[in-house]
Write a new protein. Structure first.
Length: 88
C-alpha cells in the first residue's frame, strides 16, 4: 500500500506564497528549510507564514496539511471580522 502524499513545510509555504501579492510571504521564510526569516514591512505576510509554520505537521497527509492551514487562516479571518464589527 502506497504512503499518502505529503507536503514539506517549504512546499506548503510556497503554495501559499503563489497566491499572495507579489510573493511577499517568501520574505518571511527560508526557501530551503522553511525556517523563519526576519522579513520587513508586511506583518500580514509574516502572520500567514507564522500560522502555517505553527500548525504544520510533517506526518500528516497532503490533504490534512492543506486542511489545517486553511482552518488556521479561516479562524484568523473570523477573529478579524469580529474586530471589524466591533470597530463599526
Amino acid at each position: 500500500m502506497a504512503e499518502p502524499e505529503k507536503l514539506s513545510l517549504v512546499e506548503l509555504l510556497n503554495l501559499a506564497n503563489e497566491a499572495y501579492a507579489d510573493g511577499y510571504l517568501a520574505e518571511y521564510f527560508d526557501p530551503e528549510t522553511g525556517e523563519r526569516r526576519q522579513g520587513s514591512g508586511d506583518t500580514l505576510a509574516q502572520f500567514i507564514v507564522s500560522e502555517i509554520r505553527d500548525t504544520f505537521d510533517a506526518r500528516a497527509s497532503r490533504s490534512a496539511q492543506l486542511q489545517e492551514a486553511r482552518l488556521a487562516l479561516s479562524h484568523a479571518i473570523d477573529d478579524l471580522k469580529g474586530v471589524i464589527q466591533r470597530l463599526q
